[in-house]
Design a protein around this ligand. Structure first.
Ligand code: SF4
Length: 672
C-alpha cells in the first residue's frame, strides 16, 4: 500500500492540470494485490490501464506477460548483483552498507543526498535495498501495511543479524510513514551502528559526509570487535498481543482511554457497566504535550504525541502501585499512520519500564467492536452518537443563549444522565435480539428519549440567532480535542460565529462503507451491525433535531458523493469526508465556511487543503486549513477567517451581491 499523498496525487494533479487545453491525466488505479504481478487485481488493473491509454483491442495480455517477465528478470539481476557485492565485501573485509529507502529516493542523486557516492568515497560498498537479498531471513511484518516500509524494515531486520553489514536509511523531510518507520528501524537496529540521512533536497554534501564518516568509524569499530550483542528484537514482539476485552476483564486491568472527543467517556461508562474498570484520560495539557514530545521526534502526527504524553502523565501516579492497565489504542490497516501508533506506544512503554504493567488494547478498523459482547457494540455506538449530538446542541445553543452559561448547564445535566444510562444499560442483557429491538423499536436504550428532553431544554435557552455558521472538519482526534485544536470552537464563538463539527460517529459510519468499497465483501454479521448503527443514527438524530429544527443529517454517502469530485472514494481515509461534508452542507446552504483542522504534516489534511482551493474556485466555499502541532494558534488566523466569513455573509445578504462570496447555483464539477 502507498501513503495517502501518493494515492491522492492524481486527484491533486488533475484539479490543477486538467483545465481547458491541459494535458489528459491517466489516473488508472493500479491495485497490486497480494500475489503481485500475476494477481487477478493487478491483471485487471493492467486491462483498465490499456483501455485508459486507448489501447482498445490491443493484446494487452501479451504486453502484461512481457512486462512481468522483464520485471522478474530485473529483480533477479538486482539480487544477484547484491549477492556478488556482499561476497566481495566479505572477501575484502570492506563494510557493506545497505542503503534503505524508497526507490524514488535512493536512486535519485538529489533525494539520496549523494549517500552512495559518499560511501564509496569513504571505502564502503553501498548496496541499494532492492539488491539486498532478504529471503526468509526476516519475518513478513504484516503490521506494516506500507509496501516500501515493509521492505525497508525486513531488510533492517536481516542487516542487524548479518555480520559486517550495516545500514543507512535515506529519508525525506515530512515523509509521513517515515515519521514512524524511523522509530521501528532504530528499534530493530539497536546494538549495531546504523545511520539516518534525511533530506529536503537542499542540503550540500558536507553535512552528509561528516555523518557518514562518523557512522563508518563506528561500523568499522563494531566489525573489529566482532559485531555487537546478538540480535533478539522483532517488530512482532511490539505489535500487540491481540488482547481482547475478555482477557482484560479476567486480568482485572484498568482500561485507560485517550480523550478522543466526548465519546471517550461514553466508552468508559459502557465498559464499567460490563464490569471492566475503565477511565477516560483527562483533556491534555502542556505538561502532557511536553512528556509526549520527550519520547517522539516531532515528526509524528500530533495525536500520537498527545495520547502518549497523556498516558505517561497518568502512569506517573502509579509508579508505587501494583495496578495493571490496558491502554485503548485502536489500530488501522492504512494507508495513514494511525495503524502504526500502537507499535510506537509499545516501544516507548517498554523502554520506560512499563512493559509488564501496561498492555495495548488495539482493535482494528476492520472491526472496532471485535471481542465485545454481541449487543455491546450497539450500546457503545449509541453512546458515541448521543454524546456527539449533545455537544452539537451545546454549540448550537450557546452562541445565542438567553443567559451566560445556560446552554452549558443543560449540557452538563444531560451528559451526566447519558453516562449513567450507558453504565446501567451495559449491565443489563446485551444480546443481539435486545440490541436489534432497541434499534428497531427506536428506544435506543433510552437515549432517544433523553435526547428529545435535552433538545427541548436547549431550545428553551437558545435565543434567536443570525450568526454565520462554520463547520469544523479534519483529522478526527485533533478536531474533537480542544487542547489539540487550540480551543477552536471557543475562539470562533468569541468572533461571533456558530460552530458545527463533523461528529466522531461519522468515522464509524465511514469505515463500515469503506470496508465494503475497498476491502470487498463483508460478512452478514457486519452488514447487520451497519444497518443497526444506521437505524440508531437516524433515530437519535431525529430525536434531537426535531425540537431544535436542525437540517437533515449529513450522511457519509452524501459527503462521499460531494467529495468524490475532488478526492476519489478508493482513497481510504478522512480526506473525502473532510472535503465532501462541507461541500454538501455549503450546497445545502447550511454553512458559511469551513475550518479544516489537522495535525502538522497530516497527509489527509494536506490533501483536503489542496482540494479546498479548487472547491473555492468552483463553488465559492470559504475555507481555512490550520496545521496543528500542539502550540497555540496565532489569533490572527481566527481573526482573518472570521472577518472574511462575516464579510462574505454580509455581501451575500446585500441585494446587489457581487460574485465574491455569493453562493453560486450547484455547479457540475469539471473534469470528473
Ligand atoms: S490522518 Fe493525519 S493524524 Fe491521522 S494518522 Fe493520518 S497523518 Fe496522522
Amino acid at each position: 500500500m502507498l501513503c495517502p499523498l501518493v494515492q491522492a496525487a492524481p486527484d491533486m494533479l488533475k484539479a490543477n492540470l486538467a483545465r481547458d487545453g491541459g494535458p489528459r491525466i491517466v489516473d488508472t488505479i493500479m491495485d497490486m494485490g497480494p500475489e503481485g504481478l500475476e494477481s487477478a487485481s493487478f491483471t485487471e488493473s493492467c486491462r483498465r490501464l490499456a483501455a485508459d491509454l486507448g489501447a482498445v483491442g490491443a493484446d494487452w495480455c501479451a504486453a502484461h506477460r512481457a512486462a512481468a517477465t522483464a520485471q522478474r528478470d530485473f529483480e533477479r539481476a538486482c539480487q544477484d548483483a547484491g549477492r556478488r557485492a556482499l561476497d566481495f565485501c566479505e572477501a575484502q573485509d570492506i563494510p557493506a552498507v545497505v542503503v534503505l529507502g524508497r526507490p524514488y529516493t535512493i536512486h535519485n542523486t538529489v533525494l539520496n543526498s549523494n549517500v552512495p557516492a559518499l560511501l564509496r568515497e569513504q571505502g564502503a560498498i553501498p548496496i541499494p535495498v532492492d539488491c539486498f537479498p532478504v529471503g526468509d531471513a526476516a519475518p513478513s511484518m504484516p503490521e506494516i501495511y506500507w509496501g516500501y516500509g515493509q521492505r525497508i524494515l525486513r531488510a533492517a531486520h536481516a542487516v542487524r543479524r548479518r555480520p559486517g553489514t550495516y545500514a543507512v536509511y535515506c529519508s525525506n523531510y515530512a515523509c509521513g510513514p517515515d515519521s514512524f518507520l524511523l522509530h521501528f528501524y532504530g528499534y530493530l537496529m539497536e546494538g549495531k551502528p546504523y545511520a539516518v540521512i534525511e533530506t529536503d533536497g537542499h542540503a550540500g554534501d558536507a553535512g552528509t559526509k561528516t555523518r557518514l564518516e562518523a557512522f563508518l568509524h563506528c561500523a568499522r569499530g563494531d566489525a573489529a570487535a566482532g559485531g555487537g550483542a546478538p540480535a533478539d528484537r522483532t517488530l512482532g514482539a511490539v505489535s500487540g498481543d491481540g488482547s481482547g476485552l475478555g482477557e482484560i476483564r479476567r486480568r482485572g486491568e484498568t482500561v485507560l482511554i485517550p480523550r478522543m472527543g466526548v465519546p471517550a467517556s461514553a466508552l468508559a461508562s459502557c465498559l464499567k457497566g460490563v464490569g471492566v474498570m475503565a477511565e477516560r484520560l483527562p483533556l491534555p495539557d502542556r505538561e502532557a504535550l511536553t512528556m509526549g514530545r520527550r519520547h517522539t521526534s516531532g515528526k509524528e502526527c500530533l495525536p500520537m504525541t498527545v495520547t502518549l504524553g497523556a498516558l505517561l502523565q497518568r502512569l506517573e501516579r502509579e509508579r508505587e502501585t501494583p495496578t495493571k492497565f490496558a491502554f485503548f489504542m485502536p489500530t488501522a490497516n492504512g494507508p495513514c499512520r494511525f495503524g502504526a501508533y500502537h507499535i510506537l506506544h509499545r516501544i516507548v512503554l517498554n523502554r520506560l519500564g512499563w512493559g509488564d504493567r501496561v498492555r495495548l488494547w488495539s482493535p482494528a478498523d476492520s472491526d472496532y467492536f471485535q471481542g465485545l459482547p454481541a449487543g455491546f457494540d450497539a450500546l457503545v455506538f449509541t453512546g458515541f452518537m448521543a454524546s456527539d449530538l449533545l455537544l452539537e446542541a451545546l454549540y448550537d445553543a450557546r452562541p445565542s443563549e438567553v443567559g451566560a452559561g445556560a446552554a452549558l448547564a443543560v449540557y452538563e445535566v444531560f451528559r451526566a444522565e447519558l453516562l449513567a444510562l450507558l453504565e446501567r444499560e451495559a449491565a443489563r442483557d446485551l444480546t443481539v435480539p435486545s440490541a436489534l429491538w432497541q434499534a428497531a423499536g427506536g428506544a435506543c436504550f433510552g437515549a432517544a428519549d433523553l435526547l428529545a428532553r435535552a433538545a427541548r431544554k436547549f431550545a428553551a435557552v437558545r435565543g434567536p440567532s443570525d450568526k454565520p455558521v462554520v463547520l469544523l472538519v479534519g483529522e478526527i482526534y485533533v478536531r474533537c480535542d480542544p487542547f489539540s485544536n487550540g480551543f477552536a470552537v471557543d475562539r470562533l464563538e468569541e468572533r461571533g460565529l456558530k460552530c458545527r463539527f463533523a461528529p466522531t460517529s461519522e468515522w464509524i459510519e465511514y469505515t463500515d462503507i469503506d470496508n465494503v468499497i475497498n476491502r470487498g465483501p463483508v460478512p452478514w454479521s457486519k452488514r447487520i451491525s451497519h444497518v443497526v448503527r444506521g437505524r440508531i443514527q437516524d433515530r437519535l438524530y431525529a430525536a434531537i433535531a426535531g425540537p431544535l429544527r436542525w437540517p437533515a443529517r449529513t450522511t457519509v454517502p452524501q459527503s462521499m458523493d460531494a467529495g468524490g469530485a475532488y478526492v476519489r472514494p478508493e482513497l481510504s481515509g478522512e480526506a473525502i469526508l473532510t472535503v465532501g461534508g462541507p461541500v454538501h452542507e455549503w450546497r445545502e446552504g447550511i454553512i458559511d465556511g469551513v475550518v479544516n483542522l489537522g495535525p502538522h504534516e497530516c497527509m489527509p489534511s494536506k490533501v483536503a487543503e489542496a482540494q479546498f482551493f479548487h472547491v473555492a474556485e468552483r463553488e465559492g466555499l470559504l475555507s481555512v486549513s490550520i496545521p496543528l502541532n500542539g502550540d497555540p494558534v496565532d489569533p490572527q488566523v481566527w481573526d482573518s477567517f472570521a472577518w472574511e466569513v462575516h464579510n462574505r455573509r454580509r455581501r451575500r445578504q446585500t441585494p446587489s451581491a457581487t460574485a465574491v462570496g455569493a453562493r453560486p447555483p450547484v455547479p457540475v464539477p469539471a473534469g470528473r
